[in-house]
Design a protein around this ligand. Sequence first.
Ligand code: ADP
Ligand code: MG
Length: 277
Amino acid sequence: MSTELVIKDLRISVGEKPIIKGLNLTVKQGEIHALMGPNGSGKSTLANALMGHPFYSVDSGEVTFGGVDVLELEPNERARLGLFLAFQYPTAIPGVSMANFLRMAVSAVRTENSNGSETTELIPMRAFRRELREKMKQLGVDESFARRYLNEGFSGGEKKRAEVLQLAMLEPKIAILDETDSGLDIDAVRIVGESLNQLIGPDLGVLIITHYPRLLTYIRPQFVHILLDGRIVESGGWELAELLEKKGYDPIREKYGISPEVLADDDVEDPLSALRR
Ligand code: ADP
Ligand code: MG
């Protein structure tokens, strides 16, 4: 049976500021949804909160995954259920190789009774290596990737490919991809798009978050939703993405009487990184 992620009347705030203001969305395994919206519309807020990021507070509403109340669960428990988030701003972890990180993550998700801590029983090295090599080959990722420290000194494109490799290894049921195309040049978007395409199938549901339609030309979503001021204001098919490509967000803003906020280019730095320092 296909598993569903069901979001009902969700409200999320950052500090005192309401960002998501009553959002409804259902994503099923095997479906591809695109969530599009201008900078600052709350796309990352939604993605991070769905995965359980403590910085974002869920004020009300419901999120269930296969009937389980997700909002009660820790991020690692959400991952074990089959939820995955590819970060808009992947963090570098010097000293932790990609291979070690992936082996730990895969073990934590697959091992019975794992609590996600360092006591998690690791899956056998040989089998893991074989699987990693296969997936890297499938995605056209260079083998040297496995030995490099996680995201340390990675180019924008490499960071996003590392996220796609994690997706391939963790084999989630529903993947949320937060601007997996942001900051990439046209060639890098194509590579990421083609890699994602290889992973898409009946067992994987995808929520692709983006504000450019380009990535979507590789991964034709069946459903396109437009997020504006914390709500999905329109849902439709491919024609919505085409409309945005042609006219931008202004006609939709006008239609719903929402004035554009002037925001800095969010592709440059993670707003949360200031907090981590
Ligand atoms: P998007 O991903 O659609 O560009 P975000 O979800 O990142 O939008 O941001 C939505 C709103 O929430 C913005 O107005 C932003 O200022 C605010 N916000 C998000 N994260 C933070 C943060 N860490 N600190 C302060 N404000 C934040
Ligand atoms: Mg964002």
